[in-house]
Design a protein around this ligand. Structure first.
Ligand code: GNR
Ligand code: NI
Length: 171
């Protein structure tokens, strides 16, 4: 297992559409192990493969607050049902460091995916889990939470991040 570098906005890789995984092999499992270790090291609750530069439709998540870890692995996730009722959460993103905003999303959703062993699973989510799944699904489609903000708010955030990382704007 290894801790990888997390890409931060602005970076064109984060805007890429990730590709479906054909089969969950040792390579994908190794990637999921690295993603989980990277996520824990960064104190995140979710991570999409593209955040470490790999354009595969893979997400890892762990919302457990206790010492015992409870990782969930999603390969080729598809959202099946979205509740028309919206819920608002203050979101942050490891690829948009130190920036937070309240975002409205469907309060509940169902997701179909393959697990760590390539087995088909279906999960009903609400609360923070539902928000996090949708946030991570967005990463697979090249979307960041700041895309839901006004142009002005988004450009202020991107300007701040570009200052921290002067060369990134041309990547
Ligand atoms: O660690 C994270 N916390 C979080 C909080 C509210 C809504 C979404 C998230 S996901 C984020 C980690 C991350 O950037 N995943 O892509
Ligand atoms: Ni994120």
């Amino acid at each position: 297992m290894a801790v990888k570098k997390i890409l931060t906005e602005p970076n064109k890789f984060l805007r890429q559409i990730s590709k479906p995984v054909e089969k969950v092999t040792k390579d994908e499992q190794k990637l999921m192990d690295d993603m989980l270790e990277t996520m824990y090291a960064a104190n995140g609750i979710g991570l999409a493969a593209i955040q470490i530069g790999i354009p595969k439709r893979i997400i890892v998540m762990d919302l457990s607050k206790e010492e015992a870890k409870k990782p969930i692995y999603f390969v080729n996730p598809v959202i099946k049902n979205k509740d028309p009722l919206k819920a608002s959460y203050e979101e942050g993103c490891l690829s948009v460091p130190n920036q937070f905003a309240n975002i409205d999303r469907p309060s509940r959703c169902e997701v179909e995916y393959l697990d760590y062993d390539g087995k088909k699973q279906r999960l009903k989510a609400n609360g923070l889990l539902a928000t996090c799944i949708q946030h991570e699904m967005d990463h697979l489609n090249g979307v960041l939470f700041i895309d839901y903000l006004s142009k002005l708010k988004r450009s202020i955030i991107i300007k701040k991040l570009s200052k921290l990382k002067p060369n990134s704007a041309i990547l």
